[in-house]
Write a protein that binds this ligand. Structure first.
Ligand SMILES: [Zn+2]
Length: 336
């Protein structure tokens, strides 16, 4: 698995469609669109997760007749293998492969770690003005940005796409953790695949990203960004059972309502019902905020088998996909 430099699709390829173009690739690709200023660069990474197509859809939208790029724009389209597995755009990563967005700055045996290192060294060599990594959330959600650094540059990049930004201390091996002073990296979560405006978020943001002469002046897309700090990642402990149902399921360690993702980014009051706990109670769950604070018992309490919020909180990145909830996390939250 190595990055392949490929040109933009031809008219003929374009007419055959995006899937057919992706199928013709021999692995992850790097596509460069020349800019008016040939010495400056910006990088767009997308499809690190094969089931998150909004970024590649936006790329395809611009592919036939790209807008006049202010600087060289590089698209890195990564996990085409996973994207084409089974039904297109349903596989986050192949079963025998690690999650690509857990491989940056991490070493391991799989070729995915080498690929992640290759992507990073390409980016470093270009010294781009900005790097965005475009994703979709697993459940329905408004768009938001994620960063480990909330300085003005990161905010301005985020504001091209969305008015919400999470500033996280959790370290997982995600691309945006590699942000550099000269090359700020921001993750953009465009919302869920099923949210019809997700592709619009990617297209509108990328249009600015590609054409703006200076990303860090008060460009027209600038909008004050709401910042949320110290998101806590909430997981079920390994090998426990999770169910999605509108009432407690016998013998499950945690039951969550099937429409829990409608709470994405909405404030929830203290005492709100989140779900139902089994015999293990709160001990079935665990948290990580990157700083060793916010143990589960600080955030939730159990009352008669019901899992309830201790404080007002915002939940986000809530998934209702069972395998993603178990392999990644149930949701993230910030407390008031
Ligand atoms: Zn993703």
């Amino acid at each position: 698995m190595k990055l392949h430099d490929v040109p933009l699709p031809t008219q003929e390829e374009y007419e055959r469609g995006m899937l057919s173009w992706l199928e013709a690739q021999r692995g992850p690709v790097w596509v460069t669109l020349p800019g008016t200023n040939a010495d400056r660069h910006r990088v767009v990474v997308t499809l690190l997760h094969g089931n998150e197509p909004s970024g590649v859809n936006a790329f395809w939208h611009f592919a036939l007749s790209p807008p006049a790029c202010a600087v060289n724009i590089h698209f890195c389209i990564v996990n085409i293998d996973a994207a084409l597995n089974d039904q297109p755009f349903t596989t986050r990563h192949l079963e025998n492969k690690p999650d690509m967005n857990r491989c940056f700055g991490v070493s391991g045996d799989d070729a995915s770690y080498t690929l992640a290192a290759e992507i990073l060294s390409r980016i470093e060599a270009l010294e781009p003005e900005a790097v965005v990594d475009i994703h979709n959330t697993s459940g329905t959600s408004p768009a938001f940005a994620v960063t480990i650094n909330d300085d003005e540059k990161h905010q301005q990049i985020a504001s091209l796409f969305t008015e919400r930004m999470l500033c996280t201390s959790v370290r997982l091996g995600a691309l945006m953790e590699q942000t550099m002073a000269q090359s700020p990296f921001v993750t953009i979560e465009c919302g869920g695949v099923q949210d019809h405006n997700a592709v619009e978020v990617a297209k509108n943001g990328l249009h600015h990203f590609m054409t703006a002469e200076n990303l860090f002046l008060n460009h027209t897309g600038f909008w004050p960004v709401e910042r949320l700090y110290h998101p806590v990642r909430v997981q079920l402990k390994p090998d426990l059972t999770l169910c999605y149902h509108d009432r407690f399921v016998e013998e499950s360690d945690l039951t969550l309502p099937p429409d829990i993702d409608r709470h994405n980014f909405g404030w929830m009051a203290a005492d709100s019902l989140i779900g139902w706990l089994g015999e293990r109670g709160l001990d079935a769950m665990t948290t990580n905020d990157g700083e060793g604070k916010h143990p589960i018992s600080d955030l939730f309490y159990e009352n008669d088998g019901e899992l309830r919020l201790k404080h007002p909180a915002k939940l986000f990145m809530i998934t209702t996909k069972h395998h993603i909830a178990l392999s990644d996390c149930l949701f993230y939250m910030v407390v008031d």
